[in-house]
Design a protein around this ligand. Sequence first.
Ligand code: ATP
Ligand code: LTN
Length: 338
Amino acid sequence: MVFCLPNGMKPRVFSGVQPSGDLHIGNYLGALKNWVKMQADYECIYCIVDLHAVTIYQIPSELRAKIRELAGLFLAVGIDPKQATVMVQSSVPAHAELAWMLTCVTPVGWLQRMTQYKAKAATQETVGDGLLQYPVLMAADILLYQAQIVPVGDDQTQHLELTRDIAQRFNSLYGETFVMPQTHLPLVGARIMGLDDPESKMSKSSSAPGHAVALLDPPDVIRKKIMRATTDSRPAVNFDDLGPGVRNLLNIFQAFSDWSDAEMRAHFEGLGYGETKKRVAEMVIASLEPIQRRYREVCAEPGYIDRVLREGAERVLPIANSTIELVKERMGLYTFAS
Ligand code: ATP
Ligand code: LTN
């Protein structure tokens, strides 16, 4: 579906990924694959959210490298910097500035209820305040650009609801200021589960070796991880009674191949698990091969990634500054007399 504006302007899309851990096929199928599809029809801003990553301690030298790696992967999956803007969150200070202003209208109880906060806080010895404020910074990312559409995986729907609640509260306190953003989920692939544990979401922060397929994993590693994926004791694929592990593998195949449900059934019904896994592994390997090739090309071009990131920040700066001026004006904060 393409959202239309009266004057021919394209609706604005914003989304982000944290430069923490290795980008995996869940991130690709849940978010980035959609981002690529949307860039021709929308004004897209794709952001590397490094300020979000540091809500949990990151080794500085590794974070610095991960930011460039992630930018390279954005380009490698097909994001075209001529069509879409690729930028780093901390290079536009207005993200943090707006986050502070929004923090002041956000009840702390709303933040303490977030499931991601509760899950991540449980893994930390000391919980930094940034982890609690994480969804406010995410709201600021989106509202700063008055984005209408936010393409994400299923795990972000609660954060998007909170973003709308914060925007509504701000608008009712200070007058109509922010556009209400809509969540955009993929039809297939919105929630890819861990290969080792199909009851939990595939996640960058898991350290279990067979948990996720990274976008840069070599073919033999992909094959090994998929062949060892947790399934069940049923003899073969039965679409009327799929266990969670097999459902997840078939979901991965379908999201990569874009096959219909009928095609999936015709191809896999009654097939043994060993052969099913082989076909899934070959589909994943073949789909990632051009991404990995393009990634090597992007990295081989000296200065290219940094140029894209600098131009991205320059392109969005006027939008960010005009929102900050509007918000300051609405809240009664000081602005220089002109
Ligand atoms: P972390 O474990 O560090 O929180 P993550 O793997 O959840 O990382 P994010 O950077 O938080 O990755 O998410 C980037 C994008 O990928 C978001 O749009 C998110 O919804 C999507 N995403 C993350 N995991 C999955 C998944 N398992 N299936 C589908 N989409 C996912
Ligand atoms: N919290 C998101 C990353 C993120 C984001 C955003 C996504 C930060 N800011 C703005 C969409 C829009 C996650 O995927 N963990």
